[in-house]
Design a binder for this molecule. Sequence first.
Ligand code: TK8
Length: 348
Amino acid sequence: MRKLFSLLAVSLLALVLVACGGSDDGDQNGENESASDGDGKTIRAGIGLNQDHPQYKGLLKFKEIVEEETDGEITVETYHSGQLGDDRSMTEALQLGNQEVTVPSTAPIANFVPEFSVFDIPFLFPSEDVADEVLQGEVAQGLLDKLEEEDLVGLAYWENGFRDLTNSERPVESIEDFEGLDIRTMENDLHLEAFKALGANPTPMAFTELFTAMQQGTVDGQENPYATIYLENFYEVQDYVSNTHHVYSPFVFLMGKQFYDGLTEEQQQIVSDAAKEAGQHQIKLNREANATYLENLQEEGMEYTEISDENRQEMVDAVQPVIEDFKDQIGPDVVDGIMEAVEKAQAE
Ligand code: TK8
């Protein structure tokens, strides 16, 4: 009888422990952060980059602010490394209400709102300061409003950063060196045509497939900011890096419109303010990372090639016809508006 009683007591204790341990707050080294909740609302926030990237640190900041400001009415589950899918499939999940937040680059967003391709115009932004000024301006903010037509809400611009070329074949110093390189690009027609104009063979591909494609030699190279190249360990499968700085990529903090419309006005203000504040935090971390990681890439054995102003000008000239070809598709008003904003910001 005593044995039966002790068995019951142990089982009861185990049940109590499991019940208490049910809400997984995740561990502090950035693994999936989630918190179970009662009858509150849950935001499933997923990105493609891994838990070491400033983009994920930004997501954790968003989680911290929202859970604090709503006093736990809204809990945020954070997912990284494409666990919920790639940029396009996660954006579609927001439209369907199967996910609440993702933060893609603007390039894949152009498949939903073509005007976002304006940010893929090569060599558009000359500096981060000009990018900051323009992205806070009327035209860029107006593009966020267009997302609502696609059941998406654009709450803030975050930063991916200036994109640089890596490959496993040869140093790229001038436009001739692009010839014949199989380069993965984001799924965006302007990127494709721009790399064709530079002489490369572009392959559009989701980010989630990229590392394997480079490892297997399906593509020779890719282009991303130094922080991504380093933190995603691309140096393990790429030998050469050049400071092409050919595009400045913003991220956009997206929320599903169905979910957003279901929030109270106060909650809408909280998530909107949190996306902006977390964005400022992410941009600060991203700039620190992009400023230091080129050195780390060289320490990991990558050969760095500096592009001279003269050679970069050759690249700028080569892609001009592509920009003209896409002006109608993007919208002349949007292209002219962003170009004017860039010139104004440069003059300041
Ligand atoms: C990560 C992507 C990545 C982007 C790309 O999900 O696809 O190369 O630069 O940051 O959004």
